[in-house]
Ligand binder design. Structure first.
Ligand code: 13P
Length: 281
């Protein structure tokens, strides 16, 4: 199965009532772990990296690796540029072969967010790629560097934003936040339900780490078809390595490599089961 477009994965997810996991990766071991889970469960998946993470994982290095890994997979895998902030990096991801990009204008005034997102949608289309936008503001920040307040999506604004931009997927803010939640989030299912009624595009849930399985399932039943998971992957990889050291399984570098892959694999496996996308490839 070749590298695929996000919109193709999400259209099928919408029809069949499941969500596709969009897993953030930072190195080859995480890519291998996620794709091992994908192969084993016969699932579609998205692998992604956010612009704020590029200081650790340069796009010109990790980008081609992600695209090659998706092409190598026997399952349908899309490669997504998450929380794009600058046109320069978004274009670079598209040149490398990413099949979708997000423009995150959630901090901008409505009109500016809509205009800039529409422009990125046009640029992505030149490459045959998809575009995700965000309306309202998901809490926290992708790399934990800022404590951005949650600003819940207004369904009416979401409808207007969608009409102005034609995005292929729309991220909503319903009480979700990036990073580990201090307490279990109370998601605004009412907002999600109303938004799904006035926006045709599949909706995206950011801040997947720490959301309870039943809440994920309810979100999926109300219109979420892409779920972003980042912190859970990084934490799980770190815990897997720590446990391997503590149980003296690490005797050399390649045991460390194996423990990293195992952490990313187990995390993806669990989320794939919850999202209902196993055997949907
Ligand atoms: P978490 O780090 O909370 O899983 O959020 C991931 C995310 O939304 C990436 O865009």
């Amino acid at each position: 199965m070749p590298l695929v477009k996000m919109s193709d994965l999400l259209a099928k997810a919408k029809t069949d009532g499941y969500a596709v996991g969009s897993f953030s990766v930072a190195n080859m071991e995480m890519v291998l772990g996620v794709l091992k889970a994908v192969e084993e469960t016969k699932s579609p998946a998205i692998i992604q990296i956010a612009e704020v993470r590029l200081n650790h994982s340069p796009l010109e290095l990790i980008g081609p690796l992600m695209v090659a890994a998706a092409k190598n997979s026997s399952m349908p895998v899309a490669v997504h540029f998450d929380h794009g902030k600058t046109e320069e990096k978004i274009r670079q991801a598209l040149e490398i072969g990413f099949t979708s990009v997000m423009f995150d204008g959630s901090h901008l005034p409505f009109e500016e967010n809509a205009a800039k997102t529409a422009e990125i949608k046009r640029i992505a289309a030149e490459y045959g790629a998809d575009c995700e936008g965000e309306i309202g503001c998901v809490g926290g920040s992708e790399d934990g560097s800022e404590d951005i307040a949650i600003n819940c999506t207004s369904p009416a604004q979401a409808a207007e934003f969608y009409a102005k931009t034609g995005v292929d997927a729309l991220a909503v803010a319903i009480g979700n936040a990036h990073g580990n939640y201090k307490q279990a989030p109370k998601l605004r299912f009412d907002i999600l339900e109303q938004t799904a009624k006035c926006v045709d595009a599949p909706l995206v849930l950011h801040g997947g780490t720490g959301i309870l399985p039943d809440d994920f399932r309810k979100c999926i039943s109300l219109g979420i078809h892409k779920i972003n998971i980042a912190t859970a992957t990084f934490d799980r990889v770190e815990q897997s390595v720590r446990a391997a050291y503590e149980s003296e399984k690490i005797k050399g570098y390649y045991d460390l490599h194996t423990a990293e892959i195992e952490g990313a694999y187990k995390n993806a496996l669990e989320h794939i089961e919850i999202f209902g996308c196993a055997n949907k490839a």
